[in-house]
Design a protein around this ligand. Structure first.
Ligand SMILES: [Zn+2]
Length: 99
């Protein structure tokens, strides 16, 4: 019955041998609508899409900004300390810094 030995891929539009298509239990011809190379490309893209690239980058950016802010604050503190604008008191082994 199955005289159809070629199938057109829905993704790339190329007509390929049925052996170029993976099996699928839900389709009439029991073959995937996409050829093997398109399927592997799709899987690859899906895998890449799962990598949360942008959130990681923005998180890195936020961390970097937070660190820069802290460094800036520390630098300001050092400047104030050098300028004698910071009051440091040591009482009972505890250091109290008043900016
Ligand atoms: Zn294809």
């Amino acid at each position: 019955m199955s005289s159809k030995r070629y199938k057109t891929c829905k993704t790339c539009g190329l007509t390929k041998r049925l052996s170029e298509f993976n099996g699928h239990h839900q389709t009439a011809d029991r073959k995937q609508p996409h050829c093997k190379s398109c399927m592997s490309e799709k899987i690859l893209r899906a895998k890449n899409a799962r990598v949360p690239e942008l959130p990681v980058l923005s998180a890195e950016g936020q961390i970097e900004q937070a660190l820069k802010d802290q460094i800036h604050e520390l630098e300001n503190g050092i400047e104030r300390l050098r300028a004698g604008k910071i009051d440091i008191q040591i009482r009972h082994g505890k250091v109290t810094v008043t900016i």
